[in-house]
Design a protein around this ligand. Structure first.
Ligand code: MN
Length: 735
């Protein structure tokens, strides 16, 4: 359907100016003499160069750069240079304006930042497998000027907020990248508010049903919750002021994404998530009183409510690496419910909300080198050209999200490591050579193995031996990206030497069998032995795992190999897959842009059933695999291999059944299992594949694998199972 677009240009012009003035108001606090003129110049340039462009929604394109600049100013607290760059972030990429033009008008610094933004703008948009490599490039610009990444985050946030007009497969891809990379990056830079919003928006597109379900549940109990918070806060507020502290005490809801994470992690229904909100006490303290005031407030709270001794977190004495400072405790509320309380000063709060930029503003206040240290680490990791880009990305991503522990050296220096770090991680943190030769450690003067998991506050002394060298299984021992990449490059070097040796041996062997040594034959051999690369082949030969008799065996079956050949990426297209199909009645699922009927298999990681929101993923050797969009592996697949994602849609059917799992919990009762199986087998005529039941002190927990037609069928079954006496919860699980 086509709709005529009627545009009132005069009204649009007014709206553009209105938005521009709102931007100026948002940047007011950082404006200095001459800044306003500079911003106006950037605005005029952006307006002129984007004048004929519109967004997918039909709105003038200029709304986007204005909005990005507004986020940069208001939500990240960035200054004039960044606002100028945000306004111009798309002009070099999308219009005739060149970097030279920018440099002439706005100077070197601005041109450099826009250059960085332009370079990374194509990072995820290309149909190539180079996303990981590009992400690495993006981090290189981060090492140059963090503002590039901060503006990029503002850009991404605005795109996520306005994604409704995008086609579904683009929404999925953009949302996946966001949850996979941008949210962790925002987290690492301490932009908690932006991180939470990015996560919620991603979930809105990747898992719309769950998102709506939790949003609805939150809304239902809103008034009740507000009342509880009011009653909880009142006495704190009173005593805090009595004791002469100036403070703002309020309740703050947790994000939908974090609530969902808790439900999944603890396998509990929404009703049992206790921390749907946190209480915040924000103190207005003089710099010299900050710490004392926080503890004073802590003392007031814990006099009123009993604290859980395991849940005290002191990031005031030792701030997190991203600059976060706060005192967290969990106390028992008046209705026997645990409540998290966060205590911090206004300065700390601004850092918590706006991250790095605000941090920078208060530079004079000590211990703020966490971010500098981190950027230094990023530089180190990037400087290792040996590292495989995808591996690097995975390691790096993991390090973005982890919490930190603080470890002491024998001389009392403080080293920050991610939670779960081992003695070996610590060794690599000290120095690559110390890590490579590490044979053990003394933790608090006690001898421990290299795999020892360090605890916050441990004092560690590393023991080395010149005879030691990195081993393959060390990769399972370490968690830091630095240690991983150092171990990998050392193993790689060793492997390279072995492979070189193996290559010579293989050449001799082939000669004796009168086979020519060439690339083609070597590739055929690796394929025959099911090895991922020719290097692996050489290594296997060198280690004696492939001998002369094995190669003879290959010779006798060579004919067959010729007909197959290894899979090449060119086959990774819908059409490539299609040509392989001989007939088949796969009319349940329609795949690709033109919704063709193509063979597929259902991914075992998420067991999709008809009705689920799904996508197809083109695999290297197993054709098209169908995943649910909320599959735990989906974000990683879509973010790294967007070009291999194809659209997939269910066709309605009632003949075929699909395997799925249900977790049933309840109060153990005579006949409970009978009643459950009666509903499943007799009432619903559903076939069960397996059932396992666990009862513990009167609590019943069952896992049932069943065959259903589609999600509607499944939902009806769940509804009826919930009616069985004693059953308190029924949830679907994946694998
Ligand atoms: Mn943009």
């Amino acid at each position: 359907m086509k709709t005529e677009l009627v545009i009132d240009l005069e009204a649009e012009k007014q709206e553009i100016l209105k938005r521009y003035r709102a931007l100026l108001r948002a940047s007011k606090s950082t404006l200095q003499k001459g800044d306003k003129k500079e911003i106006r110049k950037a605005f005029d340039m952006a307006l002129e160069s984007h004048k004929d462009m519109r967004r997918k929604s039909g709105e003038p394109y200029i709304y986007h750069p204005i909005a990005v600049a507004q986020i940069a100013a208001e939500e990240i607290g960035l200054g004039t240079t960044s606002i100028v760059c945000a306004l111009l972030h798309d002009v070099v990429e999308d219009t005739d304006i060149t970097l030279e033009d920018i440099e002439r008008e706005f100077g070197k610094k601005t041109a450099k930042i826009i250059d960085g933004l332009t370079k990374i703008s194509g990072v995820f948009d290309t149909n190539s497998s180079l996303q990981a490599e590009n992400f690495r490039k993006m981090l290189l610009t981060l090492a140059d000027d963090v503002r590039v990444i901060l503006i990029k985050l503002a850009d991404r946030l605005h795109n996520m907020r306005t994604m409704d007009f995008m086609p579904r497969h683009k929404q999925l891809k953009i949302a996946s990248e966001t949850i996979y990379l941008y949210a962790p990056l925002a987290h690492r830079l301490g932009l908690y508010a932006i991180k939470s919003e990015l996560e919620d928006l991603s979930m809105k597109y990747l898992d719309p049903d769950t998102y709506k379900f939790i949003a609805k549940k939150l809304n239902e109990k809103k008034a009740e919750r507000a009342l509880f918070i009011k009653k909880f806060v009142e006495p704190i507020d009173e005593i805090v002021h009595e004791q002469g502290l100036v403070a703002d005490v309020y309740g703050r809801p947790k994000s939908i994404h974090s609530i969902w994470n808790k439900m999944k992690k603890k396998n509990i229904p929404f009703e049992e998530v206790y921390d749907l909100f946190a209480i915040r006490i924000i103190l207005d303290s003089a710099p010299e009183n900050e710490k004392a005031d926080c503890w004073k407030a802590y003392s007031i709270v814990t006099d009123l409510y009993r604290p859980n001794p395991d849940r005290l977190r002191d990031w005031v004495s030792s701030p997190k690496g991203n600059g976060y400072e706060s005192l967290h405790t969990t106390v028992m509320g008046p209705r026997g419910q645990w409540v998290e309380v966060q205590i911090r000063t206004q300065r700390m709060n601004e850092i918590a909300e706006k991250g790095f930029a605000a941090h920078w503003k208060y530079k004079e206040s000590s211990n703020d080198n966490g971010l500098d240290q981190w950027i230094q680490k990023v530089r180190e990791m990037l400087s290792n050209p040996e590292a495989n880009a995808l591996d690097f990305l995975d390691d790096f991503k993991m390090n973005l999200f982890s919490d930190e522990i603080f470890i002491f050296t024998p001389k009392g220096a403080l080293i920050q490591l991610p939670l779960g770090a081992t003695a070996l991680d610590f060794a690599f943190e000290i120095h690559t050579d110390v890590g490579a030769t590490c044979i053990g450690a003394k933790v608090n003067h006690k001898l421990v193995p290299i795999s020892y998991k360090l605890q916050n506050g441990d004092q560690v002394e590393i023991i080395t031996s010149s005879k030691q060298s990195p081993k393959e299984d060390w990769l399972n021992v370490v968690v830091t990206a630095k240690a991983k990449s150092k171990i990998k490059s050392s193993l790689k070097e060793e492997k390279r030497k072995i492979a070189e040796n193996g290559k010579e041996i293989l050449e001799r062997k082939l000669k004796s069998l009168k086979i020519t040594y060439n690339t083609d034959n070597i590739q055929k051999l690796s394929y025959f032995f099911k090895l991922p690369s020719t290097q692996e082949l050489f290594v296997n030969v060198a280690l004696g795992k492939i001998e002369l008799k094995d190669i003879r065996e290959y010779l006798s079956s060579e004919k067959e190999v010729e007909n197959r050949g290894p899979e090449r990426p060119e086959n990774l297209t819908v059409d490539g897959i299609k040509s392989k199909i001989k007939g088949g009645e796969s009319d349940i699922l329609l795949i690709g842009e033109d919704m063709q009927r193509i063979d597929y298999t259902l991914a075992p990681c998420c067991n999709p059933i008809p009705g689920d929101d799904v996508f197809g993923f083109i695999t290297v050797s197993e054709g098209i695999k169908i995943h649910r969009t909320n599959c735990p592996n989906a974000a990683q697949l879509m973010a790294n291999y967007g070009y291999r994602v194809v659209k997939a849609k269910w066709n309605r059917q009632k003949e075929l059944t699909f395997l799925t799992g249900l977790k049933i919990v309840g109060i153990d009762d005579v006949g409970l299992i009978n009643n459950i199986t009666r509903v499943i087998s007799t009432d619903f005529k559903v076939n069960m594949r397996s059932i396992t039941v666990d009862t513990n002190e009167g609590i019943f927990e069952g896992s049932i694998m069943i065959f259903v037609n589609d999600t509607e069928h499944l939902e009806n079954l769940i509804k009826n199972l919930l009616k069985v006496r004693g059953v308190t919860g029924v949830t679907r699980f994946d694998a």
